[in-house]
Ligand binder design. Structure first.
Ligand SMILES: Cc1cc2nc3c(=O)[nH]c(=O)nc-3n(C[C@H](O)[C@H](O)[C@H](O)COP(=O)(O)OP(=O)(O)OC[C@H]3O[C@@H](n4cnc5c(N)ncnc54)[C@H](O)[C@@H]3O)c2cc1C
Length: 393
């Protein structure tokens, strides 16, 4: 089958890899001129980790990974208020837990797709589903026929909008915004440690990365956002107004913002849909079921969805309705559970009051105790998802 995949992030190239392995002909489109760089750092474990292993991404992935040691929360003067042993996550997962730049994970997956046709600076702008095939209208003005089309184009999926209608029907805004950027040569550095300062409704964190880079991450409540910014200038102005009076290193971090020209900025939202497929169109990854950054698991789930969609297609011997039904039935309940759990973590990122902030720090300290830590953190990383070994069919 010839399959168009819109989006070359995490889900898109993973799906292409598995489809190609099963003898299909995927074509990837991405509106970006090349594979996206920069962005933020993600935690990676669970079913996504296992599938990455099946794809042969290890040990190369480990070259760019970080095995983080601590999460430290600090007051405005830099005094530590709580400290969490991140190693607990490694122990809970038998050392199958790592942190890595999202763009590095994407690059490693894409590197395995050398036999897949990929067109950057190109995207699907329209779809005409004729029942027996789909005509994709491409951004270069051409039309091309495919057996089916997949939207792997993220939280603000264009394929979803074309096929299912406007995003607001499916978007559940968590009440938070996120922004991230990278600084070069920032001081101080705390190796392998997430350091963060929180006030009610707003958090600012830094993570020291290789090559003297530091990732700055802001998570803040929408009560600080009178109007959503529409361009990078407005995003910077908003960050200055939200964090301008905050202590700790906020002033130094904001001052360096002028040298940044690729801020990541978005609403922290989930996508909840009752169906991820319609006719000859399917959605995967954030396009289908974004769990939001609160889940800390979006990439792993995106990889899992891609693996299951390709596997179900192979198992159904190309019977598209059967494959699409299998894909949805196998994953929907699991995804909904992970999304529900993610919402419970909202209070960890930016507690709403001083009292809940103190409670969060207390819980963080308790979670650092070996036995208690495993009890408190276990449910966030130990998930039961039995997946078929499709590749052995
Ligand atoms: C700050 C932050 C922290 C996070 N932390 C974690 C974490 O710790 N662990 C974790 O697992 N997940 C985390 N996530 C979530 C994770 O990054 C996403 O769930 C994951 O990247 C989803 O993969 P995807 O392939 O569906 O979409 P994306 O990675 O967003 O890729 C979408 C691709 O589609 C392309 N595209 C978009 N529109 C179009 C179009 N119209 N036409 C063609 N191409 C298009 C884009 O250029 C991009 O390449 C975090 C997210 C954020 C924002």
């Amino acid at each position: 089958m010839k399959i168009a995949i819109n989006g070359c992030g995490i889900a898109g190239p993973t799906l292409a890899w598995w489809l190609h392995k099963y003898g299909h002909e995927p074509v990837i489109f991405d509106k970006a001129p090349s594979l996206r760089r920069g962005g933020y750092v993600i935690d990676f474990w669970g079913s996504g980790y296992n599938i990455a292993e099946k794809m042969g991404l290890f040990p190369a992935l480990l070259d760019d990974a970080y095995i983080m040691e601590r999460l430290r929360t600090v007051t405005g003067t830099g005094r530590t208020t709580s400290s969490l042993r991140v190693r607990t996550f490694q122990e809970l997962t038998n050392n199958r837990y790592l942190s890595i730049a999202r763009s590095d994970l994407s690059r490693h997956i894409f590197a395995e797709c050398e036999d897949v046709e990929t067109r950057f600076a190109a995207s699907i702008i329209g779809i005409d589903d004729q029942g027996s095939q789909v005509t994709a209208h491409l951004s270069d003005g051409k039309n091309e026929a495919f057996d089916f089309v997949v939207g792997a184009d993220g939280l603000h999926s264009h394929i979803r909008a074309l096929t299912f209608g406007p995003q607001d029907q499916f978007e559940r805004h968590t009440g938070f915004f996120v922004a991230a950027y990278m600084l070069s040569g920032y001081r101080p550095r705390d190796e392998l440690t997430y350091v963060s300062h929180t006030q009610p409704g707003r958090q600012i964190s830094r993570i020291a990365l290789r090559n003297d880079q530091t990732l700055i991450l802001f998570v803040f409540s929408n009560k600080f956002v009178p109007e959503e910014p529409e361009n990078e200038g407005q995003e910077k102005a908003l960050l200055r107004s939200v964090y301008g009076d905050m202590k700790w290193e906020a002033a130094a971090i904001l001052e360096r913002m002028d040298e940044v020209n690729d801020i990541y900025f978005d609403r922290v939202s989930q996508i909840r849909m009752s169906a991820w497929t319609k006719g000859r169109v399917a959605l995967v990854g954030d396009a289908a079921a974004c769990p939001s950054l609160l889940a800390g698991e979006g990439t792993g789930l995106a990889i899992t969805e891609a693996y299951v969609l390709a596997g179900e297609l192979n198992r159904a011997s190309g019977d598209l309705p059967a494959a699409f039904a299998g894909y949805q039935n196998r994953l929907q309940a699991h995804l909904a559970k992970r999304q529900d759990m993610a919402l419970k973590f909202a209070g960890f990122f930016a507690p709403k009051s001083w009292a809940s902030l103190v409670a969060r720090d207390l819980m963080t300290n308790l979670a650092s105790l070996p036995v208690l830590g495993k009890m408190l953190l276990g449910s966030s990383v130990l998930t039961q998802l039995d997946l078929p070994r499709y590749e052995e069919d």
